[in-house]
Design a protein around this ligand. Structure first.
Ligand code: C2E
Ligand code: MG
Ligand code: MG
Length: 493
């Protein structure tokens, strides 16, 4: 605020009251100046307080932040931290909540979560809001070694109750990394990093879990960081390729199509397993361009086979939920099919069961859109995750892929379970594929049970484009000849 005394006012004053002694004239001016200075000092102090608050507390949740946490340990000379347990908490799928419901709703979620954490941590835990959707709780733990784990289980149980946010009933899950009374030479910063690593492990094992830190986890993190670093340039440097694993139709006794499986031969790291790099690609969103590249190339290969006269064949491509979440995912798939003049029915997109369950509401509309344009949808790895049968009739899938772990039950007393699932799929009009078929003995049983297709090392490992063309030219197509194929396969390996 600026205070200006114009000379014209002074002249008016003088003309109205006649000549005034200079000292009397200055009194109100000086008073105003003093008041002005007080006001300025007050604002400066307020600003300083606000900055201090912002430096030490979260603006949104008002909880102490990471600076507060570090300051606390510094001021209390807590160089040795072996008598505390630390919980590193992250909200599952928060990014999706933000993406679909908007940032304002996301902020409400953070606020409600912070309140619930503060309540659950009482009376011994100190809660900190690190950043975004990450929180930390610290417990003094002088003697009870398992306290951190007990509290992690307790806090997770506290999230079973739903949240009421903007008139919506919302279930929020959290993943927790626990560091329990660490070695004496660990600093608080290292303890935070270790807990974060454990939290990521909890996420990888299916989310909504807690994991206790151990040293081997850090090695995994270092590997992952290196994968991410090298993957960024791998597409431009043509380090990725696609291998194709044939699927055999048990009824028509012929190769029916292929599953496209991504391979990465890194110049620096050598061959990296898909299970490792796909997760890293998902974490960094690199899966979006990479996944689009796979769809384009797999479809182009299908077109090539079509042009060579090997039709009708089908192509299955694995897609990640991050790809599905992109606004342009369905139009891009449609454009690719139109450009190559492929029939949408010959493309099948595979999604995994655990991912579908986790983000059911978000994924459903996309799946319905894909079905509308005629693309087929397979539920992959069935039997590894939740395996809930009740939702199978509610999702717009066309195919169910029974995981290898399920197929391995053939010949055991759990075989009946496979039969019931296949029976139910028949009633739901779903195509069924048995994955990881490695034994001859499994074929007649699967055929008898009504399974439509098989895929596995028994017939063929994933092959290069050239390998597939060779196979189509030379391999017998009759499944009854699988025994013959088995021996050919052994020669090929
Ligand atoms: P998936 O989609 O379930 O693929 C089947 C996996 O089982 C493949 O592993 C395949 O090589 C392996 N397999 C096939 N037959 C047999 C068998 O008889 N015995 C055994 N032990 N294994 C068999 P791969 O290629 O290592 O891929 C692993 C996973 O990585 C895939 O599992 C899929 O979830 C993911 N993946 C691969 N390519 C892509 C991709 O382009 N995009 C995405 N999002 N995920 C991909
Ligand atoms: Mg698959
Ligand atoms: Mg699978």
């Amino acid at each position: 605020m600026q205070l200006q005394i114009q000379p014209i006012y002074l002249i008016t004053l003088i003309s109205k009251f006649g000549p005034v002694p200079v000292s009397r004239l200055y009194i109100p001016v000086i008073t105003i100046l003093i008041l002005f200075c007080i006001l300025c000092l007050y604002s400066i102090r307020n600003l300083h307080e606000k900055n201090k608050r912002l430096y030490l507390y979260s603006d949104l949740t008002l909880l102490p932040n990471k600076n507060s946490l570090l300051k606390f340990f510094k001021e209390n000379h807590k160089t040795s931290i072996h008598d505390i347990s630390l919980l590193y908490i992250d909200i599952d799928n928060f990014r999706y909540i933000n993406q679909t419901e908007g940032h304002e709703f996301g902020s409400q979620v953070l606020l409600e979560v912070s309140k619930r954490l503060a309540l659950l941590a009482k009376p011994n835990g100190r809660v900190y809001h690190l950043s975004g959707d990450e929180f930390v709780i610290i417990y003094n733990n002088p003697s009870e070694t398992g306290l951190g784990e007990v509290m992690a289980a307790y806090i997770q149980a506290g999230f079973k109750k739903s949240f009421d946010i903007s008139d919506k009933e919302l279930y929020i899950n959290i993943s927790i990394g626990v560091v329990e009374r660490p070695a004496e030479n660990m600093t608080i910063q290292q303890m935070l990093e270790a807990a974060e690593v454990a939290m990521y492990r909890a996420k990888e094992t299916g989310k909504n879990k807690y994991a206790l830190y151990d040293i081997t986890m850090s090695r995994t993190l270092a590997e992952r960081t290196s994968i991410i670093k090298h993957m960024r340039h791998a597409i431009e440097q043509n380090e990725f390729e696609i291998h194709y694993q044939p699927q055999l139709d048990l009824f028509f006794d012929r190769i029916d199509g292929f599953e496209a499986l991504l391979r990465w031969n890194s110049k620096e790291l050598g061959w990296v397993a898909p299970d490792q790099f796909i997760k890293a690609a998902e974490a960094t969103q690199l899966i979006v361009p990479l996944g689009a590249w796979v769809i384009r190339n797999a479809c182009a290969f299908l077109k090539k086979l079509d042009d060579m006269g090997y039709s009708p064949l089908n192509m299955s491509v694995n897609v990640s939920i991050i790809q599905l979440m992109q606004d342009d995912f369905v139009p891009t798939v449609q454009d690719t099919l139109e450009f190559l003049e492929l029939s949408p029915e010959n493309l099948e997109l595979e999604i995994t069961e655990s991912l579908l369950m986790e983000s059911f509401d978000l994924v459903m509309p996309k799946l319905e859109e894909l079905r509308k344009i005629g693309v087929r949808i397979a539920l992959d790895d069935f039997g590894t995750g939740y395996s809930s049968l009740s939702y199978l009739s509610q999702i717009p899938i066309t195919t169910l892929k029974l995981d290898k772990s399920f197929i391995n039950k053939i010949g055991t007393k759990e075989e009946g379970l496979i039969e019931s699932i296949l029976h139910m799929c028949k009633r739901l009009n779903l195509c069924t594929v048995a994955e990881g078929v490695e034994k001859n003995s499994q074929i007649p049983i699967l055929k008898e049970m009504g399974c439509h297709k098989i895929q596995g090392y028994l017939f063929s490992k994933p092959l290069t484009e050239e390998g597939i063309i060779n196979l189509l030219q030379t391999a017998p197509t009759l499944v009854d000849d699988i025994y013959l194929l088995d021996s050919q396969n052994k020669q090929r390996k």
